[in-house]
Design a protein around this ligand. Structure first.
Ligand code: HEC
Length: 157
């Protein structure tokens, strides 16, 4: 009687291992490339309405700022785990080979952007327009600086 629960635990653990193993085996370079580009595209879309407010082309709307800053903040860390070995090719990509030759520099650029995203969200939650504008400027710089250093102009295979 006593052994039933442990057998269930074992079965669940085995199952979890199989699922994890299967998920990892499916991460082909083309999937990683598509994933990281998709996340970048969603962040790019979220930046649009915030850019308009930061530039005074649209009135400041704290709820809209918070929604989009929240998206960027929750997404920004995701793409950077999709640059593993072998993901430099396999589908059209703008990932610069420097990502792999200067991994610490790439990691640092991603950390700067993650901090900037947290600050943008904090300013948005506070409903503070001046802080929001300043924080938006910072994250814009963080995106651009990484693109300048680690993204190529043209797609390559
Ligand atoms: C640490 C580096 C880094 C940071 C920070 C970064 N990006 Fe990127 N981004 C890249 C790289 C590398 C690519 C190219 C990915 C590929 O093609 O495989 C890219 C691609 C993109 C693309 C094009 C996606 C496509 O399908 O071609 C958009 C849009 C984008 N980034 C938006 C942003 C925005 C907005 C931010 C800031 C909120 C940002 N990125 C921050 C490195 C970065």
């Amino acid at each position: 009687m006593n052994r039933t629960p442990s057998r269930i635990v074992l079965a669940v653990a085995t199952c979890a291992t199989l699922v994890t193993g299967a998920a990892q085996a499916q991460l082909k370079p083309e999937d990683e490339i598509r994933y990281r580009q998709s996340v970048m595209n969603v962040m790019g879309r979220a930046m649009g309405p915030m850019g308009a407010m930061a530039q005074g082309k649209a009135p400041f709307n704290a709820a809209l700022a918070q929604k989009n800053a929240g998206l960027v903040d929750s997404l920004i860390a995701l793409p950077f785990s999709s640059y593993g070995p072998g993901t430099d090719k396999g589908a059209p990509t703008k990932a610069d080979p420097k990502i792999w030759s200067d991994a610490p520099g790439f990691k640092q650029a991603s950390e700067v952007a993650q901090k900037a995203a947290a600050q943008l969200l904090a300013a948005s939650k506070a409903g503070d327009e001046a802080k929001f504008k300043a924080a938006f400027g910072e994250i814009g710089k963080a995106c651009k600086s990484c693109h300048d250093n680690f993204r190529t102009k043209e797609f390559r295979n």
